[in-house]
Design a protein around this ligand. Structure first.
Ligand code: ADP
Ligand code: MG
Ligand code: MG
Length: 254
């Protein structure tokens, strides 16, 4: 479904190579976890997939269902089904959550060539999804993320994800700064969105999250590429021994 081949990326502003040949193939319905030391290029990978400014792809390809992702504008990528959950969700004072969600959903439907949802249709869907994610209806009426607790912001993000029905969801350290209960909520939300077709890329520092979101594959990223891949046991190995042994065994200087 998503195939990243030999992705090389440098900063636009500086002559600094950040990604040095990332290879990653994610099949339909699969959950892939990416772990790795700080500064190894995990966030950069997710930004480049979503089409953020400031990066230049110097080599490699990203294909999704046979389409060239790198040739698409950010909105087109979203419409094609790539969703990036932010590490730090933004607060938008003065914009109601409901309005925000409806605008986002309708913009995406338009880009997909689908008709916009009426207020009534939208309300029905958002209420259903909120209920299934155990999100209080009250939260839908408040301004986007303003005064939300860390856990509420994360749940809200999962709701955005549920409403946009992406094909590939990328969660970049969505668990950072969360207590165990909030982490479980994120995991429950993700698990509720697993349907055998939708794929997930979960970037995390903590093995613990992977107790709740069971990954099919765990990758270790270091120095701008994926240096090792394995099953869930690889995350346990990292939890117990850190990265040093793995990097040494793979001959990586990080
Ligand atoms: P990770 O998410 O794995 O911690 P990042 O992708 O955030 O790593 O960063 C990878 C490397 O690229 C780091 O050395 C970081 O400092 C550098 N980097 C990323 N974006 C920028 C930027 N806009 N300006 C300067 N350095 C950057
Ligand atoms: Mg980081
Ligand atoms: Mg990061």
């Amino acid at each position: 479904m998503l195939e990243i081949k030999n992705l090389n990326v440098k900063l636009e502003e500086e002559d600094k190579q950040i990604l040095k040949g990332v290879n990653l193939t994610i099949g339909e319905g699969e959950v892939h976890a990416i772990m790795g030391p700080n500064g190894s290029g995990k966030s950069t990978t997710s930004y480049v997939l979503s089409g953020r400014d400031g990066y230049e792809v110097t080599d490699g390809t990203v294909m999704m269902d046979g389409e060239d992702v790198l040739a698409m504008e950010p909105e087109e990528r979203a419409a094609a089904g790539i969703f990036l959950a932010f590490q730090y969700p933004v607060e938008i004072p003065g914009v109601g959550n409901m309005t925000f969600l409806r605008t986002a959903v309708n913009a995406q439907r338009k880009a997909r060539g689908e008709n916009e949802l009426s207020a009534g249709e939208f309300l029905k869907i958002v209420r259903e999804k909120a209920k299934s994610l155990k999100i209080d209806a009250e939260m839908l009426k408040r301004p986007v993320n303003v005064g939300f607790s860390g856990g509420e912001k994360k749940r809200n993000e999962i709701l955005q994800m549920a409403m946009l029905e992406p094909k590939v969801c990328i969660l970049d350290e969505t668990d950072s700064g969360l207590d165990v209960d909030a982490m479980k909520l994120v995991a429950e939300g993700v698990n509720a969105l697993r349907d055998g077709k939708r794929s997930f890329v979960v970037i995390t520092h903590y093995q613990r999250l992977l107790d709740y979101i069971k990954p099919d594959v765990v990758h270790i990223m270091a120095a701008g590429r994926i240096v090792k891949s394995g099953g869930p046991e690889l995350a346990l190995e990292v939890e117990h021994n850190g990265y040093a042994d793995i990097l040494k065994a793979e001959g990586v200087e990080a």
